[in-house]
Ligand binder design. Structure first.
Ligand code: UDP
Length: 238
């Protein structure tokens, strides 16, 4: 029996988490397992939209350091998010979940352009809307796109799926004494420079009073547990 804390959520999936144990690209088993976790939530009647990153394929800023023009690199990064969005769409549709991909950069042969009202309508009809190409602007990240779309869609929470089950005082993979926080304020994250999400994303979520829930969806049913207020996660709110 589900007792969801929020009825309409935005799920941010980083590009890196789609790599699994690979060093690059899209691991189809990982995408399938994420799709299964998402389908469990959709079948329970929750409205869900997704923003996916592109770091598993291309990151503008890293390549700017190697001499690539930053703006061009960022557009390439945004195109990488389109590929990831199509992979997630494909896996969700293979298990019977209706989806729409909407891109902030119009690519009309591949997906819909981003149209806020249309996206809202899709969500009301139970379709999972996957927002591709970030904000459509260089010099931004998909974290900021997630906070922006969560605000535009009037989502009640932004779920940030990471490789670990919450926010720690230091990297738990490197330091076994790292402490996990159950709750943090937006200002804690900004002032302690906790690197959960970039500052503009945290500020936007704060302004619009959208809690950020940091958790892992790699574990079986963890997303459903977290949305029921159980399982392991960190919540960032006022
Ligand atoms: N990007 C951008 N504008 C946006 C979103 C993303 O220019 O609004 C580019 C940027 O180059 C970024 C890349 O797309 O490095 C991939 O996105 P991000 O690094 O946020 O992906 P993640 O870390 O979540 O995998």
């Amino acid at each position: 029996m589900n007792n969801f804390k929020w009825k309409k959520i935005l799920l941010k999936i980083s590009g890196e988490s789609l790599m699994g144990d690979d060093s690059f690209g899209i691991n189809t088993d990982v995408v399938k397992s994420f799709a299964y976790e998402i389908s469990e939530v959709v079948k329970s009647g929750l409205q869900i939209c997704i923003v996916v990153g592109g770091g598993n394929i291309y990151r503008g800023i890293s390549n700017a350091n190697n001499g690539m023009d930053r703006t061009t690199g960022d557009y390439m990064g945004m195109l990488a998010t389109v590929m990831n969005s199509l992979a997630i769409q494909n896996s969700l549709e293979q298990i019977g979940i209706q989806t729409r991909v909407q891109s902030a950069l119009p690519i009309s042969a591949v997906c819909e352009p981003y149209i806020r009202r249309r996206a809202k309508r899709h969500m009301e009809k139970g379709r999972v809307v996957i927002f591709a190409a970030g904000t459509g602007n260089p010099y931004f990240t998909t974290d900021t796109a997630a906070a922006l779309r969560a605000s535009e869609m009037n989502c009640e929470a932004l779920i940030k799926a990471t490789l670990v089950d919450g926010v720690y005082s230091s990297d738990p993979k490197k330091n076994k004494d790292a402490i996990k926080y159950d709750h943090l304020s937006y200002l804690d994250v900004l002032s302690k420079d906790l690197k959960v999400m970039d500052a503009s994303a945290v500020s936007l979520a704060r302004e619009n009073k959208i809690p950020i829930v940091v958790c892992s969806i790699a574990k079986n049913k963890n997303l459903t547990h977290v949305l029921n207020g159980k399982g392991s996660y960190t919540i960032i709110s006022d």
